[in-house]
Design a binder for this molecule. Structure first.
Ligand SMILES: CC(=O)[C@@H](O)[C@H](O)COP(=O)(O)O
Ligand SMILES: NCC(=O)COP(=O)(O)O
Length: 251
């Protein structure tokens, strides 16, 4: 949650790195993108360093951590990934404010599901405890399934990130109202057991306000793909300002 009491905007820079990686010129710069978004008012930076380094590379995570610590001390750094693969090495080395645990396979093209309980509980429990002992808040990427929230709390997580692809894809279909209701019910179930709530995946300027108006108490949205697509047209500063407007209009 930002200092204004509205949900925080954490800009995911994966797709900036994706373009950068097609040549050896260092452009577009991931750290420059972070600086421009933060200067325009974004409250956080998210990266998802995948094991194949198709976009964010290990040095990006280190560079961003240094940049934020040096120039943006109030800004939240959120690193996403699978703690059973490469995520914990970043958590141990850099101690970001938040680690979002995502159950992706190594070759997955993008995230497409959340953790499953009770199946994943015993593998996650010690990793959640380790991250928290390092001062890192842990959020679990979860499908909108109210019945899972008690298990997320029981395994020790601080937050859930609601996987919003289903919401985004349902808009304009006959199922849209029922789908949105599942997110509302899941957020309420999470909050009822003492979990905080984030949201992300396929959020955009078109669908963000409606989501935040409907789903209570979302503290943070992380947005990358649509954000970077918009930034190609509008620039980072104007894009950040417009996403902040979408968030404000939901209040
Ligand atoms: C967890 C989540 O929803 C995002 O991290 C998303 O997976 C972005 O990753 P890509 O940019 O690799 O699609
Ligand atoms: N956690 C979701 C995220 O960081 C960005 O997802 P997307 O906007 O790239 O789909």
């Amino acid at each position: 949650m930002s200092t204004t009491g509205t949900p925080s905007l954490s800009v995911n820079l994966n797709k900036v790195a994706l373009v950068r990686n097609t040549r050896h010129l260092g452009i577009p710069s991931v750290t420059r993108a972070a600086t421009l978004c933060l200067a325009a008012g974004a409250q956080g930076i998210t990266v998802h360093p995948r094991p194949d380094e198709r976009h964010i590379r290990a040095h990006d995570v280190h560079d961003l951590s240094m940049l934020l610590a040096r120039d943006w001390p109030g800004v939240e750094f959120n690193i996403e990934g699978n703690p059973l693969q490469n995520l914990m090495s970043f958590v141990r080395a850099l101690r970001p404010h938040q680690a979002t645990f995502v159950p992706d396979s190594e070759t997955q093209s993008t995230s497409d599901h959340g953790w499953t309980f009770p199946d994943d509980a015993e593998r996650l429990r010690p990793l959640i405890a380790e991250a928290q002992a390092l001062g890192v808040r842990v959020s679990l990427f979860m499908d909108p399934e109210p019945s899972m929230m008690a298990a997320v709390k029981a395994v020790g997580a601080d937050r859930v990130e609601l996987y919003t692809e289903g919401y985004a894809a349902s808009r304009g279909t006959p199922e849209a109202t029922a789908v949105l209701q599942r997110y509302i019910d899941t957020a309420r179930a999470a909050q009822a057991v003492g979990l905080e709530v984030n949201a992300g995946h396929d959020l955009s300027r078109d669908n963000l306000t409606e989501f935040l108006r409907a789903v209570p108490g979302v503290l943070e949205v992380s947005i990358g793909h649509a954000f970077v697509a918009d930034a190609l047209e509008l620039g980072y500063a104007a894009t950040t300002a417009d996403y902040l407007r979408c968030i404000r209009e939901a209040a």
